[in-house]
Design a protein around this ligand. Structure first.
Ligand code: PLP
Length: 433
């Protein structure tokens, strides 16, 4: 990392050009053009510091953690647990409140399956507050990624609870008046995303959490699109659980994070069982370790966790506030530019409103897959399809969108190249501008 003055002033294009040197893949050419990577909402690119951290572990420390009596195992365990501390402090919580998972999807499923186990009578008296049954309600929103919807559908199906939905407004916000009606005495769980991966909408976490807690419900936050992009203090937000993925925040694939408030993790029965999560096992019974080990059965993803800690170190060195501001301006450039192109419909909050550095849109009479292919020919990488949010797309009467998503290494020039290319899509397909 080569930034001279990390925390005191806004990122400039010179800073960003310098930090791009840390990301070898950004020098790639695609179809004869310089790569313009505008798909960081799906997965981000890795700086050399992250790649080096994983390689260094493989070269010098590779060993299973928490088991061996030998030096490598002890060193690997220290690195692994230090990585947990780094990630915990990055989101404002304690070391033992962080559970390593494969990705956010697994973290959300972990909570759902653990609650399902509690509902089946596991976990004793301590697990009482996780038990669901007929008459109980789980609240989700219409903008959820399938990862924060399907696990709750399944939990409802397994326990007899029912699912209620906070609807969307036409301009891509949660209908908060309806939220106050949907969340009520029967609500046991409220699950929502901090930032929409399609609309870019930033949800009022404190407000929804206050509603949920007033009703006696637990809150599960999907922080996949916030943890990488803005300062995040989970304790201050007062959520009960939160999940995010390493690969969306400059880290490796194969590692994610589940946060759980300490007293909740302590009371929650396990999801996966087996080695490394027990104290005593007989042929017909097992006693479990406390959290977080109780939720980390089997051999762990050690190099990935260490890589994620390096990613977090990199983000901290640049400064999340500055990253947020940089991306906000790119997001504004994206939505204002797209809004100026005839035949384009942008989803979500309009220019000037708080929104993430991404934009999803429809090109009239051109399928999103054709838009994506056209852009790819020019070296511009975007995501197309339903972005794992079919109900959201259905709400707006469409089946697919094209999404451009920026990160700290994205530049105004890349956004402009993208906008110019999008302006040419309809003419390319023989349609009017
Ligand atoms: N939630 C949101 C808002 C996302 O954007 C994503 C990934 O696209 C996920 C959940 C799922 O993340 P993963 O596939 O890494 O588990």
């Amino acid at each position: 990392m080569t930034l001279a003055d990390p925390t005191t002033r806004a990122l400039t294009i010179d800073d960003v050009e310098r930090l791009r040197d840390d990301f070898p893949i950004l020098r790639e050419r695609v179809n004869g053009h310089p790569l313009a990577y505008l798909d960081s909402g799906a997965t981000s690119q890795r700086p050399r510091a992250v790649i080096d951290a994983e390689v260094d572990f493989a070269l010098h420390y590779n060993s299973a953690v928490h088991r061996g009596a030998h030096t490598l195992a002890a060193e690997a365990t220290d690195l692994f647990e230090n990585a947990r501390t780094t990630v915990a402090s990055f989101v404002g919580v304690d070391h033992d409140e962080i559970v390593w998972t494969s990705n956010a999807t697994e973290g959300l499923n972990l909570v759902a399956y653990a609650m399902s186990n509690a509902s089946a009578g596991r976990g004793g008296e301590a697990a009482e507050r996780f038990r669901l049954g007929a008459g109980d309600e789980i609240v989700v929103t219409e903008m959820e990624h399938h990862a924060n919807l399907v696990p709750w559908q399944e939990l409802a199906a397994r326990t007899g609870a029912s699912l209620r939905v906070i609807p969307l407004t036409d301009d891509g916000a949660l209908d908060l008046a309806e939220a106050a009606n949907v969340i009520g005495d029967r609500t046991r769980l409220v699950c929502f995303t901090h930032v929409s991966n399609v609309l870019g909408t930033v949800n009022p976490v404190e407000r929804l959490t206050a509603l949920a807690h007033a009703a006696g419900a637990l809150v599960v936050l999907d922080a996949c699109q916030s943890a990488p992009h803005r300062p995040l203090d989970l304790r201050a937000l007062d959520v009960d659980f939160a999940a995010f993925s390493g690969h969306k925040m400059l880290g490796p694939t194969g590692v994610g994070v589940l946060y759980g408030r300490a007293e909740l993790l302590d009371a929650l029965p396990p999801f996966l069982t087996g080695g490394s999560m027990i104290t005593t096992v007989t042929l017909d019974h097992a006693e479990y370790l406390p959290a977080p080990q109780r939720f980390e059965a089997g051999t762990q993803r050690v190099s990935q966790a260490i890589g994620l800690a390096a990613a977090v170190g990199y983000l901290d060195a640049v400064g999340l506030e500055r990253i947020h501001d940089w991306e906000f301006s790119l997001g504004q450039r994206l939505v204002t530019g797209l809004a100026d192109i005839p035949g384009i419909r942008v989803l979500g909050p309009g220019p000037g409103e708080d929104r993430a550095g991404l934009a999803s849109f429809v090109v009239d009479d051109v399928h999103a897959h054709d838009v994506g292919q056209y852009l790819d020919e020019l070296g511009i990488a975007v995501r197309v399809g339903h972005h794992c949010a079919q109900p959201l797309h259905r709400r707006y009467g469409i089946t697919a969108t094209t999404r451009a998503s920026a990160y700290l290494y994205s530049t105004p020039d890349e956004v402009d190249a993208f906008l110019n290319a999008v302006a040419d899509v309809r003419p390319f397909f023989g349609l009017g501008r």
